[in-house]
Design a binder for this molecule. Structure first.
Ligand code: SF4
Ligand code: SF4
Length: 303
């Protein structure tokens, strides 16, 4: 039996990816199951999905704690979640990483096999949006087999309808562009990553890098006022970052009222000021600004 754990963010299609692969495996005559594990149900929050594929009936129903393969749909998760947690020694990691970010793989290279592809770029070039689930499936097939590109066509046609052709192109492109290690890494015990153990909320506040929901101590009480300030919801943004044209801004405060994360406030002289640590990039402020003073743009633009 092969056990695979998918790591993505809400809205990226990790759950759909596991389901599509399960359907394809079943079409191949295998047994398969796929199911998700959600944390906070908001777009952008870390999401885990599980996939089992076997030649024999599967009777297990629990979460996969010790996968053969992990699939990472979003490169920013590498610093937030211990994606290698429980991965079997010598196991496979299928990672969405731009070529410029491959240095991040060094910490895994001596324990696991790592297959990398720039799935975000492929998704944008084929589908038009950075939803990486179908691209990463092409990479997974290249790295682990499981099913074939041909078998994936049926489940993807059924799931995506008129958008299937673009998603199939993403699948094919990622399959072709995935770099797979030629030889398995020598098996060695996986060491737990520093800072990934559970902690109390009081300890949490002392940390520079905040933990995500499933690294908190189970049953942990949060009894301090103003505690949401400790969670940087802006560590991932969906529609770029808001930029303000101060020539147009009349300090009406609409953006402040509508922002679901209170990512901006007024300075003493009445100007509006963003704290991007809390901005999740939803774009509501830009939609609501009556003066058109806010534009959503890529992170690289200067303020
Ligand atoms: S995009 Fe605007 S409304 Fe949305 S979280 Fe950021 S600042 Fe708030
Ligand atoms: S809504 Fe627009 S005009 Fe009003 S304070 Fe915000 S940026 Fe300025």
């Amino acid at each position: 039996m092969m056990e695979i754990r998918f790591h993505g963010r809400g809205g990226q299609g990790a759950v759909t990816a596991a389901e599509l692969m399960a359907r394809a495996a079943i079409l191949d005559g295998k047994y398969a199951q796929a199911f998700p594990n959600f944390g906070p149900e908001r777009r952008g929050a870390p999401v885990t999905a599980f996939l089992r594929v076997s030649e024999q009936p599967i009777y297990l129903r629990e979460k996969i704690e010790s996968p053969d393969t992990v699939v990472v749909l979003d490169p920013t998760l590498i610093d937030l979640v211990n994606v290698a947690d429980g991965l079997k020694p010598g196991g496979m990691m299928v990672m969405n990483l731009a070529a410029s970010g491959r240095g991040a793989l060094a910490k895994y290279g001596d324990q696991f096999q790592v297959a990398a592809v720039d799935a975000s770029r492929i998704a944008v070039e084929t589908i038009g949006i950075p939803v990486t689930n179908t691209a990463i499936l092409g990479s997974l097939i290249k790295a682990c087999g499981i099913t074939s590109l041909k078998t994936m066509e049926g489940p993807m046609q059924r799931r995506f309808g008129r958008l299937a052709a673009k998603n199939l192109l993403a699948l094919q492109r990622a399959f072709e562009e995935t770099e797979v290690p030629e030889a398995p890494a020598a098996p060695s015990p996986a060491a737990p990553a520093a800072g990934q153990e559970g902690c109390t909320y009081a300890e949490l506040l002392q940390r520079e890098a905040l933990l995500v929901w499933d690294q908190l101590q189970i049953g942990c009480d949060i009894d301090l006022p103003g505690s949401t300030a400790a969670f940087h919801t802006g560590n991932w943004r969906s529609a770029g970052r808001p930029y303000i044209d101060r020539e147009k801004c009349v300090s009406c405060g609409f953006c402040h009222v509508y922002c679901p994360d209170l990512a901006m406030n007024f300075t003493d002289d009445g100007a509006i000021e963003w704290d991007h640590r809390y901005c999740k990039g939803c774009g509501i402020c830009a939609e609501e600004c009556p003066k058109g003073a806010i534009s959503m743009r890529e992170e690289s633009h200067e303020q």
